[in-house]
Design a protein around this ligand. Sequence first.
Ligand SMILES: [Zn+2]
Length: 485
Amino acid sequence: MTNSIEITFLGTSSAQPTPDRNTSSLALTIDGTSWLFDVGEATQHQILKVSNIKWGKIDRIFITHLHGDHVFGLPPLLCTATKNLTTTSSDTARHPIEIYGPSGLRKFLRQTLKLTRSFLGRDYMVHELLFPEDPVDHPDKKELYDFEQLGKNIQLQRSGENLYWEVIDGKSYKITAAPIKHSIPCLGYVFSENPLPGKIDIQVIKPILLRNKEALGIKNPMELVKKLQNGETLHLPDGTIIEPPPRRPGRKIVLLGDTYDPSGIIHLAMNADVLVHEATNALTSSDPPGTSYESVEEGAIRRGHSTARMAGKFAAQINAHKLILTHFSSRYRGCGSKIIEEIRMSAVETFGNDRVICAEDRLPNLFTQNIRKKSTQISTPFDAPPSVMYSPAFPTARPAEGDRSPTAGRTVNVSGNATIGYRRLWSILNANKIRQEVRRGRYYEKPTIRRKRIRREISEARFKEAIKKKVNTVLQMKARLVNGQ
Ligand SMILES: [Zn+2]
């Protein structure tokens, strides 16, 4: 199971950089390993300015399409990312950096690196996601660049009406992609985590296991919690049956390339926790008086792009939980400015809720493990039907003779939220703080300092809670004394 997922935007401008925004790139950091999605020019400079992406930890790079503002940063980034890994370093023995993208990416990289005689400290390979009409690149060994290993040619697959590429099928997650419409072949990626073990309320289960300790004949009956978490049903000697908690759906993050119509990815993107969608244009107060929304949308579509309203509409269509807008036209200056808020509000209008954020460059830790789903899920042929996922069975069992404990012989539902662990509390506070800061359009506090501050706030909160508990106990004791018990 993956613990922390962070999205860091490294470039949020379209076509050309502005003083505040670089060209397209973002990093998805999963348990410390970073994957880049698009690498606009000077992405490497952006990485130098953030603390949560380490050169040696960039393992995979995904490209949505071959427009320059999405790939011009790739060759130099590869050189920098691998430069300190000398031939004697154990890092070079590692798996090559894997790069995924549309047809032509392999040639672009091979030619650029060859012509510039670039030296890499680690091998790379490009897996091309091919449309049926794309040529298949079959180079012989001599044609490959010195540091290149031949990647896979991944063919587009069809399931009914739906088209998709199966990109990675990992142990705890899966990456798929589907074509979306832009002025050139373009695709969107979907990261989906496998279902997570359900939550177990230890306070419910502990007394049940402890009272069966002797009959079970094991030293520590709490070991059985692990079995429960793995989905096993426990049949205890006193007749109690403990059903495992229902598995929780994993997190889903949808990262789209440039598009004026992403409907081709709907079948993979349903119920996304986070949708990253371009919003190149919007009708704002900076437009000449009398400009109609229709004319703005028509212009955006003509150039292969979307307006913020279109992004909001799509987010609603796939029942997304959170929408992040990016790829803003260089006309819209500033971060957290009035114009950017206008863009956000136009997406809020069509999305139908306020969970819309306009991305900013280098805003780290935007989303961590607290990415959670809405309770309402719309079922799609690609998801397990919700009714199966959410309905635990409650068969009853006969209590053992003479056992009077209230749960004996019952089937016990152990899923619950009774205690909030330190990590969970931390992530909630952290996310709320960041959200507030983003809303106000300002940010900056070094991540290390922020972490310390939030930790302090948590310990204060816990201290207050402990005092409250003590006071309550004393009051109860007092009441009992008064009642003469
Ligand atoms: Zn483009």
